[in-house]
Design a protein around this ligand. Structure first.
Ligand SMILES: [Zn+2]
Length: 296
């Protein structure tokens, strides 16, 4: 979860010094957000997150994101509501009523509405020097059971929605309620409310020879197809509430430049997530066509 202390980090890296320097995404104004249009911001905020929170170079956005970010969703809340009902998914589990507004900065009515969708991994539990168990993607693993490991019970949950490795989700806070979960928001509390936070359950263990107790190693692949599907649904639900596609971001990129910044999400596949998004959007459209043309 945590980056290594700077000295350890330097010692652990084989890259030349110049390549180690990573820049935070430029901020336009503390009230509004990052610089550039929505796509440029997402390109910076979705730089690949590597071991110890090193960031890869920014790459062109996957097609789905390049085509949609910042644009109108064209999906009516009623349409999403009907689809969720048909799937037996409760709106409470996808961040709250799909026709309710999103949080605003500091909860103020006149302040800008949430515009960032931040992707995290829980980095928990940490198996330390033990290997990560083989059954983490099964229903029998305790951390996939929100009744046993409810993040709202004890420890104080951060952010908004948790997604287990079976694709189930639990909202600990409605997307309409500001809740911070990054060093950036802690440092600039006026930003809280601009960011929605989703935590994907992912255990860790220690990098051999790394700092004692470190949680640097993640399973590979990092997440299950069911997690990408639910994350896609959450992104769609939040974007429908806003009316435009939100700007996705990785937590580690938001934390760039802050001491003890986090390294999550590890081993996240933008390609898999956007494939889920395309499928889900197509399913929603199809459901819509069925409603509008019942005899067709
Ligand atoms: Zn995080």
């Amino acid at each position: 979860m945590k980056r290594l202390p700077a000295l350890l980090l330097l010692l652990s890296m084989s890259l030349p010094a110049a390549a180690q320097k990573q820049a935070a995404c430029p901020y336009a104004a503390w009230k509004s957000g990052f610089k550039g249009d929505a796509r440029a911001q997402a390109t910076c905020l979705l730089r690949p997150v590597k071991l110890y929170a090193r960031l890869g170079d920014s790459a062109p956005l996957p097609d789905f994101l390049a085509e949609h970010i910042g644009q109108r969703t064209g999906i009516a809340p009623a349409q999403l509501r009907a689809w969720l009902a048909a799937q037996g998914i409760a709106e409470a589990d996808v961040g709250g009523p799909v026709d309710a507004p999103l949080s605003r900065a500091m909860g103020r009515l006149a302040a800008p509405m949430a515009r960032y969708f931040v992707i995290h991994d829980t980095s928990y539990p940490n198996f330390l020097t033990e290997s990560i168990p083989a059954h983490i993607n099964d229903a029998g693993w305790d951390f996939n059971d929100f009744t046993l490991r409810n993040p709202a019970l004890g420890g104080g949950p951060k952010g908004h929605v948790y997604v287990n490795r079976l694709g189930g989700s639990l909202a600990v806070r409605d997307f309409g309620t500001p809740g911070y979960a990054s060093k950036l928001e802690k440092d600039k509390p006026s930003l809280t409310g601009l960011f929605l936070h989703v935590e994907l359950v992912q255990p860790r263990n220690s990098v051999p020879g790394g700092g004692k107790g470190n949680d640097g190693l993640a399973p590979d692949p990092g997440f299950t197809p069911a997690q990408y599907d639910r994350l896609a649904l959450l992104y769609i639900a939040a974007s429908v509430r806003k009316g435009t596609w939100l700007i996705p971001a990785f937590h580690a990129v938001l934390d760039t430049g802050f001491a003890n910044g986090h390294d999550d999400p590890q081993n996240f596949s933008l390609a898999e997530w956007t494939a889920s998004l395309s499928r889900l959007q197509a399913a929603l459209r199809q459901a819509d066509t069925g409603q509008r043309f019942p005899d067709g």
